[in-house]
Design a protein around this ligand. Structure first.
Ligand code: 4AD
Length: 453
């Protein structure tokens, strides 16, 4: 008897009347007075459960009557067409082996009733058993797979940049130090080390040799931000391309996003369907609209002009030179344009040292891509490839030239224009799924004061 995944049944890969084995967990059970039980079983491979008919003649029928949500089972039986209207297939069980009971004296946290997402976070070890988290897990897996596949098909090489670093990419103070001793000499690495905030600087070294590269992994920020869009550990896709400028990464990132939207609609249809029925009925419509229209592209100065006129709406007042905060992002994407937008050419004072200075001497060739409801999902720039200007920027920001010696070497030895971006993976999933809190989009969220599990 062939062991199969439940998804094979729903994808019509199993012939009717085949004898099959499935292994999984009980979602629900209904005992009929007519001498049989209906078990609804899932194995995580598909959002749909499979209904099992267990007749009284099965030798351990009395045990079957005691099965509860969460018990694990192995079922051997025949796949048949269901006479019920709710599902196409069911399994007529010959044997049901009970693999693991749910302890009767403890109440099972993932009971059948609807649980809030915040409660589910408190049982993060059990929450993948819910429909919602299993849907998210499969979509997350698929997007991750599709990112690798798309970039491979387009000639990008995956570079595994280090997680332990000693050079601060973003120049911010939000670092998780991993030092064992106060003085540098006695430290494991004999200098201050921390978890990476971005693999970009290391990635640039490989872009300046392999031309088209990317990295995709966890990134760490010790920002004390308790919002629905911030994690202390999040996943970032970073892409870096030599011989390219700001306009090129506008195009590359838009194409990549649209490709992912297209594929997720195509390949994750049953999971997207679940989200449409339970989270937001407009998911597919929204993604299709984005696929079929060009993202709006404006300069920072134009964005400020639009926002300045609406300053009375905002808690943080806007002026040329100010940051564009979440409330402004949402006004631009939700109210003004009602679509994703790419903002280009930010003031140099509010952006990182490595961004290429524009001819106006005031702005840098940076871009952020903002999405309705979520805000910024992508941040990127053309990198400063001219050593003399890079050195001026380092000086202006009080960074030591010697700390950046290897990064500066790239500008000394065959420098090239190059550009790249970072995409916040959980924020992308938030936009696609319509789930607002990114703590629900990573298996074990880490946030200030919270690293349980
Ligand atoms: O804009 P950021 O800080 O860009 C960089 O780190 C560049 N070095 C990337 C590059 O050019 N290679 O971060 C990139 C993206 C943001 O747009 C956002 O989507 C996400 O990472 N992000 C976060 N996501 C979740 N939690 C946080 N605390 C995040 N901080 C940034």
């Amino acid at each position: 008897m062939k062991k199969i995944s439940i998804k094979d049944i729903w994808n019509n890969k199993i012939k009717i009347n085949s004898l099959i084995t499935i292994k999984g967990w009980i979602k629900s059970k209904r005992n009929s007075k007519l001498g049989f039980s209906f078990l609804s079983v899932y194995d995580g491979s598909h959002i749909n459960n499979i209904q099992i008919i267990a007749k009284k003649k099965i030798s351990n029928y009395n045990d079957i009557l005691n099965l509860t949500t969460g018990c694990s089972v192995e079922i051997k039986g025949k796949l048949i067409l269901s006479i019920g209207k709710k599902q196409k297939y069911e399994i007529n069980a010959n044997t049901i082996k009970i693999i693991g009971w749910v302890y009767k004296k403890e109440s099972y946290p993932i009971s059948l009733k609807k649980h809030s997402n915040s409660f589910l976070r408190s049982v993060a070890h059990l929450r993948p058993r819910t429909n919602l988290i299993s849907v998210i897990s499969r979509i997350r897996h698929f997007l991750s797979y599709e990112i690798h596949s798309y970039l491979n098909d387009n000639g990008y090489y995956l570079i595994n940049t280090p997680l332990i670093t000693t050079l601060n990419t973003e120049g911010s103070g939000d670092l998780f130090y991993i030092n064992t001793k106060k003085d540098n000499k006695n430290n494991f690495f004999q200098k201050k080390a921390f978890l990476t905030v971005s693999g970009q600087l290391h990635l640039e070294t490989y872009a300046c040799a392999l031309s088209k590269v990317y990295t995709f992994g966890p990134t760490f920020r010790a920002e004390n931000s308790n919002t629905r869009k911030h994690l202390s550990e999040f996943w970032m896709l970073e892409l870096e391309k030599s011989f390219s400028n700001l306009k090129n990464i506008n195009i590359i990132s838009e194409k990549l996003i649209k490709h992912l939207f297209k594929k997720v609609i195509e390949k994750c249809d049953s999971d997207i369907n679940f989200l449409s029925n339970n989270i937001n009925c407009n998911i597919v419509k929204k993604l299709k609209k984005d696929i079929n229209s060009e993202f709006i592209k404006i300069n920072y100065s134009e964005a400020i002009e639009i926002l300045y006129k609406k300053n009375k709406l905002f808690n943080r007042k806007i002026f040329w030179g100010s940051e564009i905060y979440k409330e402004h992002e949402i006004y631009l994407t939700n109210n003004y344009f009602n679509c994703p937008i790419i903002i280009n050419n930010y003031p140099k004072k509010i952006k990182a040292f490595y961004m290429r200075l524009n001819d106006d001497n005031k702005t840098v060739a940076a871009m952020d891509i903002l999405f309705p409801n979520v805000g910024e999902i992508i941040g990127g720039s053309q990198r400063e490839e001219r050593l003399n200007i890079l050195d001026l920027k380092l000086k202006e920001m009080n960074f030591k030239k010697k700390d950046y010696w290897w990064y500066r070497d790239l500008r000394k030895y065959g420098t090239v224009p190059h550009s790249g971006f970072g995409l916040g993976f959980e924020r992308l999933i938030s936009y696609i799924t319509g789930i607002k809190n990114i703590k629900d989009l990573i298996p074990f969220p880490r946030t200030p004061k919270s690293a349980y599990f």
